[in-house]
Design a protein around this ligand. Sequence first.
Ligand SMILES: C[S@@+](CC[C@H](N)C(=O)[O-])C[C@H]1O[C@@H](n2cnc3c(N)ncnc32)[C@H](O)[C@@H]1O
Length: 270
Amino acid sequence: MTTWLNRIYCEDALQGFARVPDGVIDLIIADPPYGLGKDYGNDSDKLDAGAYLRWMEEWIDAALPKLKPNGSLYIFLTWRYSPEIFVMLKQRMTMVNEIVWDRRVPSMGGSTRKFSSVHDTIGFFVKSRDYHFDLDAIRIPYDAETKKARSRSIFVGAKWLEMGYNPKDVWSVSRLHREHRERADHPTQKPLEIVERMVKASCPFGGIVLDPFMGSGTTAIAARRCGRNFAGFELNAEYCGLIETRLEKLTAEMSAVQEISSEDRCISGE
Ligand SMILES: C[S@@+](CC[C@H](N)C(=O)[O-])C[C@H]1O[C@@H](n2cnc3c(N)ncnc32)[C@H](O)[C@@H]1O
């Protein structure tokens, strides 16, 4: 029985993985502490560099057997540790992309002895060459003006022109500042736009997304909005409550809207 499905367990991911059978997960979206000393109401982000990298390796080795043979992993990191962690992952999986999330941080003075860091690094890894990837679900439509400018006869009818272009590996999406309508009470909540793109591209409709570090539950929200299942863990009990509240609100909205109809769409608005 899949009692672990569509539930968030308020526990350490290292314990939680034991609940999930091997080889059943389509997609892992992992947004672990970055090793930068953030306060998540626990000591999870307070490890020194050596201990942090050992912990990363420990959970990665516990998580990867859960993936299906054609499964994928996206991992959020910073430039500080992404080199070491990418090397670690490349010994276990095939690296497909390094995605740069440009957080669209406004210019306000910033660092004076180095360049201001305004991006997160996301690694996209797969278990095998026949990994699931639904490009059509994540194409970016052209606006009418650009479409018109590209309508030379050789382009007419081209799929990329009609359905939109293939997203590049720099994703420019605003961070969730305090006033943002999506914002929940979590210090490093990720935008739905980013997580939904991962879900739509790399998890089939009705498939399962596992997030070991749920935080405010963005992956669970994205999965439910897009007609996928989720499973996940979160250490902090307050954040677990936050996730339940977000999911309840979404359920109410979805039953009101009843708009989740096709494989490549997610409901609009949170
Ligand atoms: C970067 S945040 C995740 C944010 C999330 N992606 C979102 O959009 O809200 C990392 C989260 O992992 C949790 N965490 C840290 N260590 C953990 C562990 N061993 N098991 C489960 N959760 C953990 C922290 O409490 C924190 O909420």
